[in-house]
Design a protein around this ligand. Structure first.
Ligand code: ACO
Length: 311
């Protein structure tokens, strides 16, 4: 039932060739990429908010400078990814309109609050750790501009992960109160971090087709398992406890058994009912509206310039 064009396209994918913007591609491939890259871009932009919350309250000047740099990196990742999406024929304004009207998603994780400084550590360690686990394989994704964006983003993301782990080290080896804050942050961010990889494979709508197109390289459960296996020894090194009584090494599979997150909570967050959904989207809509005068000024200036050129 595949058309000859579709068959030839699939053969290119199977050979490991990259697909570039001006080349023919099935409409479904284009739509899937716009959805995934667009949501990824939105996640980077919305992801600035929970951490931005702590820039003014970072405990030292050094920590403030590091956090500021990291949040700026995220803005850069977002813009980089919007550019990659634009090569597929969608405008940045369209993508933003869909975000602001609630018609496009961003990662569930950014709908949780950052209550203490230890949360900034937990985000770097766990959230950026999960992001890297997902993004390293995406460097080999079949769409050229997305794959190249991922190469650069992953380099910065690994610095983010280290800065988070460094905060956790300081807290976990600090006073009993600091260690307690670190444990509390781990308790609150563990399951939301597991949710970042998406629903379990049996409930993942897009995985099969996206993997055939090499838009995705691994299934959601594969990456979640790898993340748990990588993170458990890191928690042990910190002297912290993963909040899961079922966590146990499984010799046979060569990985940990662990509890699934509460999937009903995940779907509630996706529907807009997480603890901070309204606040996060509200902040983005306000930023867009507050910037209207500036965008209008730029447009007026550009029109004057081109009119002057014509005259
Ligand atoms: N948060 C919000 N929505 C999610 C999440 C999540 N953690 N996981 C899955 N979903 C959504 C999917 O977007 C899809 O909804 P849609 O059809 O309305 O788009 C639905 O749940 C079903 O999930 P899947 O069929 O498994 O979706 P998909 O194949 O797109 O897999 C995944 C989801 C793994 C997140 C994939 O899109 C991906 O790898 N994206 C790129 C990475 C990314 O976006 N990272 C952002 C967070 S990291 C950061 O910004 C620091």
């Amino acid at each position: 039932e595949m058309s000859p064009e579709e068959r030839a396209f699939q053969e290119r994918i199977d050979r490991g060739e990259k697909i570039e913007p001006k080349e023919w591609m099935p409409e479904g491939y284009r739509k899937t990429l716009i959805r995934q890259i667009g949501q990824h871009a939105h996640s980077e932009i919305v992801g600035q908010l929970p951490e931005g919350n702590w820039i003014t309250r970072a405990p030292t000047l050094e920590r403030k400078a590091i956090l500021l740099a990291k949040v700026q990196d995220e803005a850069g990742h977002g813009l980089y990814l919007y550019c990659a999406a634009e090569t597929l024929g969608v405008s940045r304004d369209e993508l933003l309109e869909k975000l602001h009207s609630g018609n496009m998603k961003y990662s569930s994780i950014f709908n949780y609050p950052t209550l203490t400084w230890a949360d900034i550590g937990a985000i770097g360690w766990l959230v950026d750790g999960a992001a890297i686990m997902n993004q390293v394989p995406l460097q080999r994704t079949s769409y050229g501009p997305y794959s190249r964006a991922m190469i650069r983003i992953c380099k910065e993301e690994s610095f983010h992960q280290r800065q988070g782990y460094d905060i956790m080290m300081k807290m976990a080896k600090g006073t009993p109160e600091q260690k307690e804050m670190a444990q509390d942050a781990l308790n609150r961010f563990w399951y939301p971090s597991l949710m970042m990889f998406g629903p379990s494979d049996k409930d993942s709508v897009h995985s099969a087709q996206s993997m055939a197109w090499k838009i995705k390289i691994n299934t959601n459960d594969e990456l979640r398992q790898k993340f748990v296996d990588q993170t458990v020894p890191q928690a042990e090194y910190l002297g912290l406890t993963i909040p899961d009584e079922n966590l146990a090494w499984n010799e046979e599979k060569g990985g940990y058994d662990f509890s699934e997150p509460d999937w009903s909570e995940f779907y509630e967050v996706l529907k807009g009912n997480g603890p901070c959904n309204k606040e996060r989207l509200g902040a983005r809509v306000k930023a867009w509206e507050d910037g209207a005068w500036f965008r209008e000024g730029l447009m007026a200036h550009a029109e004057k310039q081109s009119a002057a050129k014509l005259a």
